[in-house]
Ligand binder design. Structure first.
Ligand SMILES: [Fe+2]
Length: 219
């Protein structure tokens, strides 16, 4: 049943070498961007823009690229999500966006920090759930220094969400079925969450992804 929502990939657990390289190459930029983001938006959880070049030679990024290759998937880009420790009481169910008006089907997540105390929850509905609304807004990209159009599917305020159909606590590296309504709670976390995610250039149905993971012995 968990295969409908979430496939753990323990082989992508960050190693001491991955952490050491991250401290050197990428974490200073992430912390700087997180600080700016929290100052502007308060203690939240969201994507921050990081220069893709920083992922070029990082050991963990290389393992993620190799994982995509063995699954015959094309990588669109790495993204970084940061979350304030303990955030979650007002986290909302949502569906990830892949492009304007197109939901994202799956996302590979590799949390570096802030996974203890985190909880992922899913509901068995999609972007057409009547409680979900489309939001269009502008975001600032510190890499290019320009604003760009952003798009999301987010729960309208004041909606009632029943108990989730599936949930997982302390999720490590994993593929997540993000075209289903889902939510991340960081209520139980005690450190800032830093989550590296890898997006697909060409989307495939979730069942196809699961088949490829099965064929490679991941589930
Ligand atoms: Fe999401």
């Amino acid at each position: 049943m968990h295969k409908d929502y979430h496939i753990p990939i323990p082989s992508l657990l960050p190693t001491p070498e991955d952490y050491a390289q991250a401290e050197e190459f990428i974490l200073p930029a992430i912390r700087k961007e997180a600080e700016r983001f929290f100052k502007e938006n308060g203690p939240k959880f969201d994507k921050v823009n990081i220069d893709q070049n920083l992922f070029e030679n990082w050991s963990l990024a290389n393992r993620i690229r190799a994982h995509f290759k063995e699954l015959d998937l094309e990588l669109r880009r790495f993204c970084v999500f940061v979350g304030a420790a303990g955030f979650g009481s007002n986290a909302s169910p949502h569906v990830d966006a892949w492009a304007n008006d197109i939901p994202m089907i799956s996302r590979l997540n590799v949390p570096l920090f802030g996974y203890k105390g985190a909880e992922l929850m899913w509901w068995n509905t999609y972007a057409d759930d009547l409680r979900i609304e489309v939001r269009r807004f502008h975001l600032y990209d510190p890499v290019t220094g320009e604003e760009y159009n952003a798009f999301s599917y987010l729960s309208k305020s004041g909606q009632t969400w029943e108990a989730p159909a599936f949930s997982v606590k302390d999720p490590g590296p994993c593929w997540n079925h993000v075209e289903l309504c889902h939510k991340l709670s960081l209520v139980g976390t005690t450190e800032m969450r830093v989550n590296i995610t890898a997006e697909l250039k060409t989307q495939i149905p979730w069942v196809d992804l699961v088949q490829r993971l099965e064929a490679n012995g991941y589930c």
